[in-house]
Design a protein around this ligand. Structure first.
Ligand SMILES: Nc1ncnc2c1ncn2[C@@H]1O[C@H](COP(=O)(O)OP(=O)(O)OP(=O)(O)O)[C@@H](O)[C@H]1O
Ligand SMILES: CC(=O)C(=O)O
Ligand SMILES: [K+]
Ligand SMILES: [Mg+2]
Length: 557
């Protein structure tokens, strides 16, 4: 009861006087994380209803978001987006549906693992779910990139390295396993390495000292015992500094290009590029997509020391960022990861790019049905910092409690978002200056964000072909959800990653007044908006932005 009482105290002092908050707080989902079943049942009933609506009306609205709105009201809609890595534990149609119902906005496929056929099958299942059941789940592929790790023999087991034991790390290829011998994935892994250097496995899981360089590898002594997991990552250190080997490796390998072509042909929405070093590889890929007339978004993964040195140019060149804390924690001291995360989130917001916080958010849930308190605190902190999205890795890909893990992310985000609203994000977030080339759009959206909060409107409506106005509104992290109506499917799918945005497919016309009245009528006819609801409408003329710009407050009649 204590937690509910605390929640009531928040309601009484909150500026939004709606039934919605109350529902969000006292619904059984709020009490603990064990709620999935009852919501699943209501949701599958609703799908039928929504399918009917979809055929009858000109709006295509994500069934999960629509249901969230019906159940929890405008302010109860979750703002933080959720990305789930798909792996063997969740690749069936039924499991994917459960994740979608649990709030997965983007499905991530890591091209490091599994076969082309497996990935194709998963992508097609997700597209089928979207089409048949009214979900709006975007698909992201994540490139393998060139990284030095223990070569993959397909063996799932791990080996223990004992203190003082002697191991041979080799570039020589061999099949099966050999005692005390580890094959590295990259032939040049030992170049530039010196005797006396430290070889660190998985950012500190085990440590070795290089005692001798011989023909095809390194003889090493284990100085800090630990486990060698499949595909364990290898890094070298000298006098406490990383011996940087990424510069030798291409950001996009031949395999990565082939995976990218595959992704394009399957119609994926995002390509996340691993081990980005600078803006060049991102620009190269984006130019390639432009020449092919593809609207796929390119995300840069920040996971190396080099990428931190070129952070500004990388963020500017990309369509979004992933803070890939797994590998980042291998390349920089662990205690620096939290401050780097915060700096990247703030930079992305300033430059108007969505940012995903990834890796180990709920790591213990790969094995256990409840998270550690520290994990919940880490998730909460990312939400407090207003990251756009949170990502599950092994928790969904191979763990036994993927659905529970997404439920923890959902509950924890909703709770912290409420707290943020209570404190006011303006007090938590750095103020937005003039950072962007399109200053008119930037300032309109900044004003709209403030106005929406001051007037405590229920929702913000925006009409957008390329998504830009919606992202500029999202960047202000307003209290009300942003309904972004778009006729571009790629825009709709890209906006899935954007904080607080609910993308809705709608056949936009050049007549802005008609767009406004049609969408409000449709939302009302659908029963998701009611008489008395207040909306702030942000419109920029279509197709020529300079002709018509306005902010209007409308009360639904
Ligand atoms: N498609 C897949 N097939 C089999 N196993 C997978 C798949 N995707 C993920 N996994 C398993 O889940 C674990 C975590 O997945 P994830 O892709 O997040 O790895 P990662 O090492 O954090 O990512 P990256 O390689 O991009 O740094 C992997 O180590 C792997 O065991
Ligand atoms: C997600 C990822 O690539 C990492 O954390 O390293
Ligand atoms: K990867
Ligand atoms: Mg990585």
């Amino acid at each position: 009861m204590a937690s509910i009482a605390a929640d009531f105290s928040l309601i009484s002092s909150c500026v939004i006087p709606k039934r919605s908050l109350f529902c969000a707080l006292v619904s059984p989902q709020r009490v603990g994380f064990k709620s999935n079943l009852s919501t699943l049942v209501t949701k599958s009933l609703l799908q039928e209803e929504v399918k009917g609506f979809k055929e009858k009306e000109g709006l295509v609205f994500d069934v999960v978001k629509e249901n969230e709105l019906r159940e929890n009201g405008f302010m109860g809609m979750r703002k933080t987006k959720l990305v789930c890595t798909v792996g063997p534990a969740c690749c069936s149609y039924e499991e994917l549906e459960k994740l979608a119902l649990g709030g997965m906005n983007v499905a991530r496929l890591n091209m490091c693992h599994n076969t082309r056929e497996w990935h194709q099958d998963v992508i097609r299942k997700i597209k089928k779910l979207n089409q048949e059941k009214g979900f709006c789940v975007s698909v992201m592929i994540d490139t393998e990139g060139s990284q030095i790790h223990v070569a993959d023999h397909g063996a799932p087991s791990s080996v223990k390295a004992e203190e003082g034991s002697i191991w041979f790390f080799t570039k020589e290829k061999f099949d099966g396993s050999r005692p005390f011998t580890v094959q590295a994935s990259y032939e040049g892994f030992d170049e530039g390495v010196e005797e006396g250097d430290e070889l660190v496995v998985d950012g500190g899981m085990a440590t070795f000292e290089v005692i001798e360089k011989i023909g095809n590898g390194l003889r090493c002594k284990c100085t800090d015992p630990g486990l060698l997991l499949p595909r364990a990552k290898l890094s070298f250190w000298r006098n406490g500094k990383l011996v940087d080997k990424h510069h030798e490796l291409p950001t996009l390998s031949a395999k990565d290009w082939s995976d990218i072509e595959f992704g394009i042909s399957e119609g994926v929405d995002f390509i996340a590029v691993s081990f980005v070093k600078d803006a060049a590889s991102i620009k190269h890929l984006k130019n390639h997509l432009i020449t092919k007339n593809e609207l796929v978004k390119v995300l840069a993964k920040i996971e190396s020391l080099e990428s931190l040195k070129k952070l500004d140019e990388i963020v500017e060149a990309s369509d979004g960022i992933m803070v890939a804390r797994g590998d980042l924690g291998v390349e920089i001291p662990l205690e620096q990861v939290p401050t780097v995360q915060k700096e990247i989130i703030d930079l992305c917001r300033r430059l108007n790019k969505p940012v995903i916080i990834a890796s180990q958010l709920l790591e213990s849930m790969i094995e256990y049905p409840t998270p550690t308190r520290a994990e919940v605190a880490d998730v909460s902190e990312a939400v407090r910092q207003c990251a756009d999205a949170l990502m599950l890795s092994g928790e969904s890909a191979m763990g036994s409690y993927g659905q529970k893990a997404i439920s923890v992310l959902r509950m924890t985000s909703t709770r912290m978002e409420l707290w943020n609203r209570e404190v006011s994000p303006q007090r938590i977030l750095p103020q937005l200056g003039e950072s962007l080339p399109d200053q008119i759009a930037e300032q309109i959206c900044n004003c709209a964000g403030q106005m929406a909060n001051k007037l405590a409107v229920d929702a913000i409506f925006v009409y957008t072909r390329n998504g830009q106005m919606a992202t500029l509104l999202s960047r202000n992290r307003p209290n009300a959800p942003i309904f972004a109506f778009t006729n571009e499917n790629s825009t709709r799918m890209a906006l899935n990653l954007q904080w607080g945005v609910v993308p809705i497919a709608f056949d936009l016309s050049d007549d802005m007044d008609a767009n406004i009245s049609k969408t409000t009528d449709l939302m009302k006819a659908r029963g998701v908006m009611n008489k008395g609801d207040a909306i702030l409408v942000v419109s920029v003329g279509i197709p020529t932005p300079s002709v018509h710009q306005s902010l209007q407050v409308k009360i639904i009649e």
